[in-house]
Design a protein around this ligand. Sequence first.
Ligand SMILES: Cc1cc2nc3c(=O)[nH]c(=O)nc-3n(C[C@H](O)[C@H](O)[C@H](O)COP(=O)(O)O)c2cc1C
Length: 444
Amino acid sequence: MCQYSSRDGHPSDWHLVHLGSRAVGGAGLVMMEASAVSPEGRITPFDMGIWSDDHADSLQRITQFIRQYGSIPGIQLAHAGRKASTQRPWEGGRPLGSEQGGWRPIAPSAIAYSSDFPVPQALSIIGMRSLLESFTWAAERALRAGFQVLELHMAHGYLLHEFLSPIANRREDDYGGSFENRCRFPLEVVRSVRAAWPDELPIFVRISATDWSDDGWDLEESIKLARELKKLGVDLIDCSSGGIAPHIEIPQEPGFQVPFAARIREEAHIATGAVGMITEATQAEELLKEGSADAVLLGRALLRNPYWAKQAATELAVDVAWPKPYERIRTHKSPNSISLADLRALFFGEEPFTVIDVRSISEFCDGHIEGALRIPYEELLSFVSSLPKDSNFITVSNGGTGRSRSAADLLRSHGWFNARRLEGGYYQWSAAGLPSIESGLLAS
Ligand SMILES: Cc1cc2nc3c(=O)[nH]c(=O)nc-3n(C[C@H](O)[C@H](O)[C@H](O)COP(=O)(O)O)c2cc1C
């Protein structure tokens, strides 16, 4: 996601930390923000770029870090077209005058994005050839920089989308008018980039599946385009929407773009990515399970929380690795588990017992014991209130906090005298090479 934190298109320490923390946080794919294939293709002077070999060199540090932590580095190649040459969003996002370092944008047609934006220079055929080369060289550099997924930005009202949309493309040559003509240049770019990018590495194309306007690009055209993209060897359509003009309202609600991913997947028989207001693990999981998309791409939720993926794994009870320095905050399911028989011998013999895991939900990183009840410490007393006073309990926690002891003490002080605690905790058992608890414990 655009950070507007580059100098001359180069990544900064900010990018290493920003992208690196998402890799550490468990994202499967970390996509470098829209990176301009030529200097005039930047939205702001502070955008990322990949128009020179030096850019490829400075990106290597980031791709290496992402790969080291088990994630896949991807990069989005972009040209901002008529939306180029503006201030950063936090400076107002207005078009830059030449005295402020601005430049004249290029676009398919000489039609401004809005009345306060400059009228762009309509691209000549020679200009288009040179732009196609810029995309192709950028792909070659991306490979050298160590990226493993390439995404072409054909959405959000930027240059390639401007070719597709009749709102921005009024050309009267072979590159405007009919659907085929409007798609011609974007498809030429894809063909050339695909030839430059190894067959075994995927290419994504991000599209705006609709302009949300009667006179604009729509879902039916997106489906047709997706079929063409598939023929050219594109692997996934990343289904976003909107952005072609400022006045169009977009009816946003959770998952509002998922139906686009579902339709394109079904009708163009190509993998799709769903994006847009997907914030919950269960929401993401559900849409994958129901077959609406093949991947979920997160924007703001992942900006808010770099550990979104790790937390989602916890919520969905999936065992994922953590980097070594962070292992203390997770637990392992050790194969050398304490068996049910060991626990019986340790505690209650043949009598039934209940294991209560008193970690709060935010601490449930891993190591859940099947059969153990997850009752956060604060809710313990209200939970046991209806249970007989001669019930047998074993309380467990993370370890190191003394909470399982406190929980057992609390129960005993309220008359459940058969409350015991399991020494240590999830973390210590594994750190000592000792056992976490085998699944299958009984709740009485
Ligand atoms: C700060 C910010 C930067 C973004 N940068 C990009 C970008 O570089 N490329 C892109 O295709 N979309 C970009 N987007 C759009 C997001 O990728 C995403 O499509 C959008 O925020 C909706 O998804 P979300 O609800 O998960 O955030 C950006 C959005 C934000 C808020």
